[in-house]
Design a protein around this ligand. Structure first.
Ligand SMILES: [Zn+2]
Length: 316
C-alpha cells in the first residue's frame, strides 16, 4: 500500500505530535456503546502464530502453511471456505497466488466483504516478519469471522471474509505491481456476473500498532467511513480514529473503481515517522491485543448500521 508523498510529510508531523501526547492505547470513558465478544487476545494469538512461521511472501512454504492455518480455523468456525487460485504477471515473472474466502450466508444474496491481505512483502536483504503489515489484520479478520459465525441469528446480508493474496508489490508499487489479489477478485466477479452482489467492503490493514491512530483515507466512501468513525466515538475509541485525511492506495481501490462502497481502516503511522513500516522492526512487540480489539469492536458494532444503511439505499 502507498500513501501520497505530501500526506506522508503530514504523517511525519503527526508522529511528532503523537509521541509527545500519547504513550499507550486505552479505551475512553465516555462510551455509550458496549464492547463486543471480539477477543483481542485471540486475535493477537493468531498474529503470534503467523509471525512464528517467519516471512510469508507469495509462493513461499510459510505462506502456504499460513493459508492452511486460516482455512482450518475458518472451517472450525462452521463457515463455508473456498479458494481462488490464479497466476499473476509480476515484474519477477508469473507467480501463483491464492485468494481465500469464507462465507456466512445471510438473508440476502447481497454480500458485505470484510477483508485483509495475508501475504507479506518480499525482502531478500532481511527477514521481514510483517507482524503489523499482513499479520495484524489477518489475525483480526479471523477473530471477526469467529464472532460473526457464532451468532445464532442469520445476518441480513451474506458475509464474506476475504484474505487477499499479493497485495504487496514485488519491485515497486504501481497500477500493475501490487493489489494482485483484489484486482483479480474484482475482475473474476465481473466476468462471472457476480460483481453486482457486492454491496460494500471493509478493508483492514496495519491495525495492530500499540499506538493506534487510524486516519481517514480520502479514497474511501464517505458515508461508510462516517458510520465507522461515529461508532468508534460511541465506543469511547474516538481518539484512535482521527479526522486527519490522506489518500491510501490499497485493496479497497479496485472495488471503489467499480462503484462499490468501500473503506480502508489503516494506521499508516507505525513508529516514529512510520519507520517500522516495511522494515525489520515490524515485529510482534510493537503490537497490542487492545488495538486489535478496538478495531474489532468498531467493525462489529458498525455492521448492523451499515446493513441498515445499505437496505435503505436499496429501497430508495
Ligand atoms: Zn506492506
Amino acid at each position: 500500500m502507498r500513501r501520497e508523498m505530501e500526506a506522508f510529510l503530514l504523517v511525519i508531523a503527526m508522529a511528532a505530535v503523537a509521541c509527545s501526547t500519547r504513550s499507550s492505547v486505552t479505551p475512553g470513558s465516555q462510551a455509550t456503546l458496549a464492547p463486543t465478544a471480539f477477543s483481542g487476545e485471540r486475535a493477537f494469538e493468531h498474529v503470534r502464530r503467523l509471525v512464528e512461521l517467519g516471512p510469508r511472501p507469495v509462493g513461499s512454504e510459510a505462506h502456504a502453511r499460513m493459508r492452511e492455518y486460516l482455512r482450518a480455523e475458518l472451517k472450525a468456525y462452521g463457515l463455508t471456505v473456498w479458494t481462488d487460485e490464479f497466476r499473476a504477471q509480476t515484474p519477477l515473472g508469473e507467480k501463483p497466488m491464492v485468494n481465500l474466502v469464507a462465507e456466512r450466508k445471510g438473508a440476502s444474496d447481497g454480500v458485505i466483504i470484510l477483508a485483509s491481505h495475508y501475504d507479506t512483502k518480499l525482502f531478500t536483504d532481511f527477514p521481514f516478519l510483517g507482524a503489523n503489515d499482513g499479520g495484524s489484520s489477518t489475525g483480526a479478520l479471523l477473530e471477526l469471522a469467529r464472532v460473526l459465525a457464532a451468532r445464532s441469528e442469520t445476518p441480513r446480508y451474506t458475509l464474506w471474509f476475504v484474505f487477499f493474496d499479493g497485495e504487496e508489490a514485488f519491485v515497486s508499487w504501481s497500477a500493475t505491481d501490487g493489489k494482485y489479489g483484489s484486482r483479480h477478485m474484482v475482475e473474476k466477479l465481473e466476468r462471472d456476473g457476480q460483481l453486482s452482489r457486492i454491496r460494500a467492503l471493509i478493508l483492514l490493514d496495519m491495525i495492530g500498532d500499540k499506538d493506534l491512530d487510524i486516519l481517514r483515507d480520502a479514497y474511501s466512501t464517505r458515508w461508510l467511513q462516517d458510520i465507522l468513525w461515529e461508532t468508534a466515538q460511541q465506543l469511547g475509541y474516538g481518539r484512535h480514529f482521527t479526522d486527519r485525511e490522506t489518500f491510501v492506495d490499497d485493496d479497497h481501490v479496485p472495488f471503489l473503481q467499480k462503484g462499490i462502497p468501500a473503506v480502508d481502516l489503516i494506521d499508516f503511522n507505525y513508529g516514529l515517522w512510520n519507520r517500522y513500516w516495511h522494515s525489520a522492526q515490524d515485529t510482534l512487540d510493537k503490537l497490542s491485543p487492545q488495538s486489535l480489539k478496538i478495531v474489532g469492536d468498531v467493525v462489529l458494532r458498525a455492521l448492523p448500521r451499515i446493513e441498515a444503511a445499505l437496505a435503505a439505499r436499496e429501497k430508495a
